[in-house]
Design a protein around this ligand. Structure first.
Ligand SMILES: Nc1ncnc2c1ncn2[C@@H]1O[C@H](COP(=O)(O)OP(=O)(O)OP(=O)(O)O)[C@@H](O)[C@H]1O
Ligand SMILES: [Mg+2]
Length: 169
């Protein structure tokens, strides 16, 4: 597990833009953490690296899925309103999960038994009004490979090296 502490919104933006350069078609990024923790904010920053305008990234709370047309398609899911697995099965979610793009899934924990075999999970926690803790954990073969790449490739300090707020475990 890789962890960062006390990230400000600009630190989070900085880190997720860096992270996006490691993502490739078929990767699944699960986002977890409470309401208002910054999941959509993180998707906006990831999207920027793919030249998607932040204003175009909106949480698909009602539609469940937004597709952004970038160099490769970005599938942005928000499962907040999903109540059971049947709803997901009805959406043909597998077509996207195992498709040609990158899947980023808010409220990933709602997938329960339907979680894919390989993914990275980014968990966010609220520390204060302006600061968040973040952990990154790979699951499954591909997920673990990606975690390793991120461990070697992400900066130990997420933003300004003069401060000591970020810790890379
Ligand atoms: N360090 C930080 N990182 C991320 N967001 C922050 C931070 N500090 C403050 N914020 C604010 O917290 C809010 C996060 O909202 P956002 O919609 O991204 O959360 P969310 O996790 O997607 O919520 P929801 O569960 O409703 O989808 C934004 O208003 C953002 O400006
Ligand atoms: Mg959101």
């Amino acid at each position: 597990m890789i962890s960062f502490k006390n990230l400000t919104q600009s630190d989070l933006g900085h880190l997720s833009q860096k992270l996006s350069s490691f993502l490739k078609a078929g990767d699944i990024v699960g986002l977890t953490g409470p309401l208002g923790v910054g999941k959509t904010t993180l998707v906006k920053s990831l999207g920027q690296a793919f030249k998607i305008r932040p204003d175009d990234v909106v949480s698909p709370t009602f539609t469940l899925l937004n597709i952004y047309d970038a160099a490769l398609p970005i599938y942005h899911w928000d499962l907040y309103r999903v109540e059971n697995e049947k709803e997901l099965l009805a959406l043909d979610y597998e077509e996207y999960f195992y498709g040609k793009g990158i899947c980023i899934v808010e409220w990933f924990d709602k997938l329960e038994q339907l979680k894919p075999s390989s993914y990275i999970e980014i968990q966010l926690k609220i520390v204060s009004i302006t600061q968040r803790d973040l952990t990154i954990e790979g699951h499954g073969e591909e997920g673990l490979i990606l975690e390793k790449k991120l461990r070697n490739g992400l900066p130990r300090v997420a933003c300004d090296p003069r401060n000591d707020r970020q810790v890379h475990a």
